[in-house]
Ligand binder design. Structure first.
Ligand SMILES: [Mg+2]
Length: 285
């Protein structure tokens, strides 16, 4: 679909219509800020505040062009289109190179950490890692393209029910290595509790070997939040994720590494190391 086709089926207004879409557009702005391609940072005299005014004015040149951003995202993922119109990331893409590098670095760190923990006899703590799902262990690129980066929970339900997402390059290897090496793997996602079975099916189908039973897979349960979350049904992402990590620690685990594609996956403590996975497609506060 060309950018023009896209424009004819979706106005900018509809694109920005949901809360997630608004933050998504901010995310791509942030991801591409500073690139010369869109003229960011090429301030001229016309960008300067008029004398007497307190704040500088925004020019359109300060805002990345949304169609150009989408093109850049497709390039980054090495977009591959199948004959039936599905889109996948290339294993040779810059994205694949970057995530494989993060996973390989993490495996080296975790090996060292495990050896250290053995020396100290671990004080009874069981080593663990926490991994997010979307864009940390499963890649949403095809889904995000289909929805035009404009999140809709109903469409997501239908997609998850019917379609498996690919594993994130390098992460299956890391998770399966950790599982075999005596590191307990916890999956922690903002996906809703009712999406559990679809998510388990997907993780298993693409080859994640660590257990994805209830004990090892935390989804967000707004209707019946667990008692250890003081924020109950109103948790922010940071509260929900850090509160769950605190709960995991309370069960005798030491979280050696925490992996997420959003900064809100990583803030709030309760992990020895944090690994930020790349994601230029959306931003979740
Ligand atoms: Mg995620």
């Amino acid at each position: 679909m060309s950018p023009n086709d896209e424009r004819s089926t979706r106005t900018l207004h509809s694109l920005l219509n949901s809360r997630r879409a608004r933050v998504a557009s901010l995310g791509v702005v942030a991801a591409l800020a500073g690139t010369a391609l869109f003229g960011v940072g090429q301030a001229t005299a016309e960008h300067q505040p008029a004398s007497g005014s307190s704040a500088p004015r925004t020019s359109d040149r300060d805002i990345p062009n949304i169609d150009k951003v989408k093109e850049k995202i497709a390039e980054y993922y090495g977009d591959i289109e199948t004959p039936d119109g599905e889109h996948y990331a290339s294993p040779k893409s810059d994205y694949a190179h970057q995530v494989r590098g993060i996973a390989a670095d993490a495996q080296r760190d975790l090996k060292k950490a495990l050896a250290k923990e053995d020396e100290k006899a671990r004080h009874g703590d069981k080593p663990a890692i926490v991994v997010d799902v979307d864009d940390t262990t499963l890649l949403t690129y095809n889904f995000e393209r289909q929805i035009g980066y404009n999140f809709d929970p109903k469409v997501q339900d239908e997609y998850l029910r019917t379609t498996d997402m690919d594993a994130v390059f390098g992460m299956k290897k890391l998770v399966n290595w950790a599982d075999k090496s005596g590191i307990t793997v916890f999956f922690l996602t903002g996906r809703a509790e009712h999406q559990r079975d679809w998510s388990v099916r997907n993780l298993e189908n693409v080859g994640y070997k660590a257990p994805v039973d209830k004990k090892h897979f935390y989804l967000k349960d707004k209707e019946n939040p667990p008692p250890y979350l003081e924020c109950g049904s109103d948790c922010t992402t940071i509260e929900y994720k850090s509160g769950t990590r605190k709960h995991i620690e309370s069960e005798g685990f030491k979280i050696l590494g925490n992996f997420g594609d959003q900064f809100s996956d990583l803030k709030g403590g309760h992990a020895e190391r944090r690994y930020k996975m790349p994601n230029p497609m959306y931003f979740l506060p």
